[in-house]
Write a protein that binds this ligand. Structure first.
Ligand SMILES: O=C(O)CCC(=O)C(=O)O
Ligand SMILES: [Fe+2]
Length: 367
């Protein structure tokens, strides 16, 4: 009875969310409806989002060079070695190593992720970041790949693999982040070895081919009932053995030196590659996910510092909920720790209970 009332009350909201980036098959019973997805609801959202993104990309084509455009349209990513001039990169590295202001940690399986939100206070200590933000290359590539002429949210991010005793990291399974084109960018501050948790990406898997569309349709049918939490949240996982049927190659491994920039459309299949031992990857990480459909919110002219402040506020809101006893905040505050430090608890400690979900794409940060 309660469930029926809830369903009736929520249905208008669930329907309205179809016109946004909402992607949870578990929380939105319209998005998750097997019947509607058999009739093609998920496939229709995917198709429309891709057509709109292609149209927006055409208007942003001038922001990047013709060879970059061709490479991105073919592969779904762009790689730039030696991104910053050596003296600027050295200054950035020194500033990030010295930074010990407040940061947050969250676990994904046995991986600890650290994030420094770049509000005004953090930017004042990391002024070399402005060389990144002001770079035409950075601005153009992130905007074109994200199909939005908008600032991404940027953090200093550390990935500490096998950092605590816990289940395996859910981001190590090949996946698409969501159902529409969206951008993430990594400017690596550490060298990344092939066996030390590199980013991996299936070239060309950002394209909505007929095979991919029918795979999406099929995956949408069982998503709500899936035993995998990320799939229920609309981040579909794919087995490498399935790639050939989609006429896709095996993933490319981004074993790259520090000062390499990778910009990718994470509708394409990607993952955090295996790490044969505990490892540390530090990067300037950008995430630009605006609504795939026309939306006023997508037009808000956020500045980089404004977006950094928003991250800080969303963490503080999480602290408030925890203090009120309503919900544990998975983003733990750490003081006096640098992005480059080893795990605070030592490697032997158990991971804090990891609630499954899309921690990377913090829901409160998805515009
Ligand atoms: O950290 C990585 O290499 C990729 C993780 C991931 O799946 C993501 O950021 O969406
Ligand atoms: Fe991802």
């Amino acid at each position: 009875m309660f469930l029926q009332v809830r369903r009736a009350a929520m249905t208008p909201l669930w329907v309205a969310q179809l016109a946004t980036g909402a992607k949870s098959f578990e929380h939105n019973l319209v998005i998750g409806s097997r019947r509607l997805n058999e009739w093609g609801l998920h496939a229709a959202r995917v198709g429309l989002a891709h057509r709109l993104a292609s149209a927006r990309r055409r208007t942003l084509a001038r922001l990047i060079s013709a060879p970059d455009r061709q490479a991105f349209d073919r592969d779904g990513f762009i790689v730039r070695r030696d991104f910053l001039p050596p003296d600027q990169f050295a200054a950035l590295l020194a500033q990030v190593k010295a930074y010990r202001g407040p940061l947050r940690e969250i676990t994904e399986g046995d991986t600890i992720m650290r994030k420094v939100a770049l509000d005004r206070a953090a930017l004042a200590e990391l002024p070399a970041l402005y060389w990144v933000f002001r770079s035409r290359d950075w601005q153009g590539l992130v905007r074109y790949a994200g199909s939005r002429n908008a600032e991404p949210v940027v953090w200093v991010q550390s990935i500490l693999r096998h950092a605590c005793a816990g289940p395996s990291d859910p981001q190590t399974k090949l996946h698409a982040d969501t159902f529409h084109p969206t951008v993430k960018a990594w400017l690596f501050l550490t060298d990344v070895a092939e066996d030390a948790g590199p980013f991996i990406y299936v070239p060309g898997s950002h394209r909505l081919t007929a095979e991919r569309l029918s795979w999406e349709r099929q995956a949408s049918l069982g998503a709500r009932q899936s035993s995998n939490a990320q799939i229920r949240q609309g981040s579909f996982r794919i087995d490498p053995a399935e790639l050939a049927a989609l006429r896709l190659p095996q993933p490319r491994i981004f074993a790259v030196p520090a000062n390499t920039l990778v910009v990718a459309d994470t509708f394409g299949f990607h993952a955090r590659g295996p790490s044969v031992r505990p490892s540390l990857r530090v990067e300037i990480w950008a995430y630009g996910r605006r609504s795939p459909f026309p939306s006023f919110a997508a037009l808000v002219p956020w500045t980089a510092a404004g977006l950094g402040r928003r991250s800080v506020l969303s963490w503080k809101f999480g602290d408030l909920l925890e203090t009120a006893g309503l919900k544990t905040n998975r983003w733990k505050k750490r003081i006096g720790v640098s992005a480059f430090d080893p795990p605070s608890g030592g490697l032997a400690g158990a991971c804090p209970t990891s609630v499954p979900g899309d921690a990377v794409a913090d829901r409160s940060l998805a515009l």
